[in-house]
Design a protein around this ligand. Structure first.
Ligand code: PEP
Ligand code: MN
Length: 348
C-alpha cells in the first residue's frame, strides 16, 4: 500500500503518518517526489487498514499495491531508476553500460591485461571473480582476498570501477572494502541472509536471477535488498534451466521487457552464462540491447583456451570490442538516448 500526501501537506503531517505507520507494525518508506511525498507501507498486506491512514491530516490517497513485492514495483516507483557505480550511471536515460572482464581473477598479469583491453574496447566497469561458486569442489575456487587486491590494483590502473561476487554474509565486509559493486550470483539469489547483509553494506548490488527462479521470485529477492534501505540495485538475467541441452542455459529474452513492466530498476543481461558458448554471446547480447536492456556483463579473456573457468564462453578482447560497437549502434537504432553524462546522478 502507498500513502500519497497532498502537495501542500506539512512536515508535521508527514511525521504523523510515519508514526502511525510504525505504530501499526509496518515499515514506512519515504519518497520525496517533485511535487508531493509518497510513503510506502511495507509489511504484511492483510493487516493493513487503508481507512485509518486516509483519515490522517495531509493524506490525499491510499493506493493498494497489487504485486507481492512493493519497493521493487513500478507501481510504487514509476520512473526508471538510475544506479551509479563509481560514478558510472546504469539505467534510466543512460546509454547501455558494458561490464566486462574474466570469469575469475587468475593472476596479476591476466587481470591487468584484460582490464586494459576491455577499457580500450568501451567497457566502463570491470568484472572478475575472486570468490567463485563452482559446481565441483575440485574446480578452481578463486584467489580469495588476493583476487580482491588485484581487482583494486586494476581499478587503480584503469579507473574502471569493479564488480565482484560475494558468496556469504560473513564475507560482505571484506568484499565491500575492495569492490564498487557486489555481485550476488545465481546460486545465491535466495540466500536471504546474504541479501540482507549485502543490502546493509550500502554498496551498489548486482543481483543475478537464479537459474530456476521465476521473475516474481527474483523481484522478491530484490525486495530483501531494497527493504534493507539499499536502493542501488541492478537486476541481471543470466539464463535459466530448460530441457534444451545445446546451450548451457536458455536466455530468457522475455525477462527483459517483462521485468521492465514490473519494476523500474535497471536490468542487464549476462550473455556469457546465458549461452555458455562464445560464438552465441554477441548475437544474444545484441538481441538484449534491442529488447531494452540497460547493459551487459560479458566474460572476456585474452587467451580463453587457458582460462581457469568459463573459457568456452569467454570472448577475446577484439571480439568484445566489436560487440560494444554493435550494441551501441543497436541502442541508437531503437531510440535509446546515448547520454554520456547524466546530470541528476551524483558520483558516489
Ligand atoms: C559469474 O558471473 O561468473 C557467475 C558464476 O555467474 P552466475 O552466478 O550467473 O552463474
Ligand atoms: Mn563465469
Amino acid at each position: 500500500m502507498m500513502i500519497v500526501m497532498h502537495a501542500h501537506a506539512s512536515e508535521e503531517d508527514v511525521q504523523t503518518v510515519l508514526q502511525a505507520v510504525r505504530r501499526r507494525g509496518f515499515q514506512p518508506h519515504l519518497s520525496q517526489g517533485e511535487e508531493r511525498v509518497v510513503i510506502g507501507v511495507v509489511g504484511e498486506a492483510r493487516r493493513a487498514e487503508p481507512d485509518a491512514f486516509l483519515r490522517l491530516p495531509g493524506v490525499a490517497r491510499v493506493v493498494p499495491l497489487s504485486s507481492p513485492y512493493k519497493l521493487a514495483s513500478r507501481e510504487f516507483h514509476p520512473a526508471d531508476r538510475t544506479v551509479a557505480v563509481g560514478g558510472v550511471p546504469i539505467g534510466g536515460r543512460a546509454e547501455p553500460v558494458f561490464m566486462a572482464g574474466p570469469c575469475s581473477v587468475e593472476s596479476r598479469s591476466q587481470l591487468l591485461e584484460t582490464a586494459h583491453a576491455v577499457k580500450e574496447a568501451g567497457a566502463s566497469i570491470l568484472r572478475g571473480g575472486a570468490f567463485k561458486p563452482r559446481t565441483s569442489p575440485y574446480s578452481f575456487q578463486g584467489l580469495g582476498e588476493r583476487g580482491l587486491e588485484l581487482l583494486a590494483e586494476a581499478r587503480e590502473a584503469t579507473g574502471l570501477p569493479v564488480v565482484t561476487e560475494v558468496m556469504s554474509p560473513e564475507r560482505v565486509p571484506l568484499v565491500a572494502r575492495y569492490a564498487d559493486m557486489l555481485q550476488i550470483g545465481a546460486r545465491n539469489m535466495q540466500n536471504y541472509a546474504l541479501l540482507r547483509a549485502a543490502g546493509a553494506s550500502g554498496k551498489p548490488i548486482l543481483l543475478k536471477r537464479g537459474m530456476s527462479a521465476t521473475l516474481d521470485e527474483l523481484l522478491l529477492a530484490a525486495e530483501y535488498i531494497l527493504s534493507s534501505g539499499n536502493e542501488n540495485l541492478v537486476l541481471c538475467e543470466r539464463g535459466i534451466r530448460t530441457f534444451e541441452t545445446a546451450t548451457r542455459n536458455t536466455t530468457d529474452i522475455n525477462a527483459i521487457p517483462a521485468l521492465k513492466a514490473r519494476t523500474s530498476l535497471p536490468v542487464i543481461l549476462d550473455p556469457s552464462h546465458s549461452t555458455g558458448h562464445w560464438a552465441y554471446v554477441a548475437p544474444i547480447a545484441r538481441a538484449a540491447i534491442a529488447a531494452g536492456a540497460d547493459g551487459l556483463i560479458v566474460e572476456v579473456h585474452p587467451r580463453p583456451a587457458e582460462a581457469l573457468s568459463d573459457g568456452a564462453q569467454s570472448l577475446k578482447p577484439e571480439r568484445f570490442a566489436r560487440l560494444v560497437a554493435e550494441a551501441r549502434a543497436i541502442a541508437r537504432a531503437v531510440g535509446r538516448e546515448t547520454l554520456r553524462e547524466v546530470p541528476h546522478v551524483a558520483a558516489d
